[in-house]
Design a protein around this ligand. Structure first.
Ligand SMILES: [Zn+2]
Ligand SMILES: [Zn+2]
Length: 352
């Protein structure tokens, strides 16, 4: 099994970002990201899917889309659409119709920034997801870099502080988003969690101060979605594309905040009498199932079952004998810049 680092949810000059696809590719090579999922607003940019190469290094760029109803007032319901291979933004006025169309096209849909508060000092409105009656979506963007900014930047001074010290920003997914996810899981639904940058690399000028706020490189070294695949990237676009979206669709992935320490190497697995399972998988308990988490560095590890923390410890590994069905997942926290911060959020293993 291989682990690839995917950075997803970013905007270019084709919507409200400042960079080109080549700028993204360069930033990916600098930061060691394997795959980028580029999601401009309501436009499926053509002709840029492929590998960005420099010397022997390469990063795979896959063009996806972030879709919302531009006529809706107030603005809500942003959906990340991967691998649909067709322009579906005309269906944005009805989220369920849009999600159904994504499903029919063989694509994946993730609810973007499910909780996204307003930021009145900058005229930014609340663009949370509202239509929670929808079904059939693949998952949710559990951790969104920009939503988090909106919760802490109450005024211009805060914004300037985080523009110059962006590394102080990430703390973890918003509690309300975690709650929504756990509620969906407790209902017995399978909901894949991914982490998104929502990178724009906007140019800010305040008097004499000029700054690119949260450059792409910064985002790519922060909140990544680490996926598990059968091989490294092969260089065959169709094969690699399929492999990446298969892993995301099955929830064979975890969210890692890679700035305090690389999360590469994290594993969470389940071992039954005759079968094993990984994150995103279902396992039938024939008696008991042993859950195992292994971390690349020491951290505070929490095992969560259906929204409840059932074991908490400090270390590099956790083992637990599960006797009851439920959605089991791991959270890990690490001390960084004077605070305990979210470091790893696994997808659940569904014990049946
Ligand atoms: Zn959005
Ligand atoms: Zn976005």
């Amino acid at each position: 099994m291989q682990e690839l680092t995917v950075n997803l949810h970013m905007h270019t000059i084709y919507s409200d970002g400042s960079g080109t696809h080549a700028d993204l590719g360069r930033a990916a090579l600098k930061t060691g990201v394997d795959v980028l999922l580029v999601t401009d607003h309501n436009t499926l940019v053509q002709g840029v899917d492929g590998y960005f190469r420099e010397g022997k290094k390469r990063a795979l760029i896959l063009v996806c889309e972030e879709i919302h109803d531009q006529d809706r007032n107030p603005q809500k319901n942003h959906l990340l659409v991967f691998n649909a291979d067709q322009e579906l933004s005309t269906l944005a006025d009805d989220p369920q119709t849009l999600i159904n169309a994504v499903q029919r096209s063989g694509g994946l849909s993730f609810i973007a920034h499910p909780v996204d508060p307003e930021m009145p000092a900058f005229g930014e409105t609340d663009i949370s997801w509202e239509d929670w009656n929808v079904t059939g979506f693949t998952g949710i963007e559990l951790w969104n870099g920009f939503s988090e900014f909106k919760t802490v930047a109450k005024g211009r001074l805060d914004a300037i502080y985080y523009a110059f010290f962006p590394q102080a920003l990430p703390h973890g997914p918003l509690q309300r988003t975690l709650q929504i996810w756990d509620n969906l899981l407790s209902e017995g639904r399978r909901v894949v969690a991914i982490g998104g940058s929502d990178a724009h690399a906007l140019h800010l000028s305040l008097g004499p101060l000029r700054r690119t706020v949260f450059p792409y490189e910064f985002h790519f070294s922060c909140i990544n979605t680490h996926i598990f695949t059968s091989t490294r990237l092969t260089g065959d676009l169709l094969d690699d594309r399929k492999m990446v979206f298969d892993a995301l669709g099955k929830g064979h992935c975890f969210i890692g905040y890679d700035l305090p320490a690389s999360t590469h190497g994290f594993r969470f697995s389940a071992h039954g009498r005759s079968i094993n399972a990984m994150m995103g998988d279902e396992i039938v308990a024939e008696g008991t199932v042993t859950l195992q988490a292994k971390l690349p560095h020491v951290a505070e590890i929490r095992l969560i079952k259906d929204g409840e923390c059932i074991k908490k410890m400090k270390g590099e590994a956790l083992t637990y004998i599960a006797k009851e069905p439920g959605a089991y997942r791991i959270e890990a926290y690490k001390h960084f810049l004077g605070k305990s911060r979210g470091w790893i959020f696994s997808n659940p293993i569904y014990v049946k």
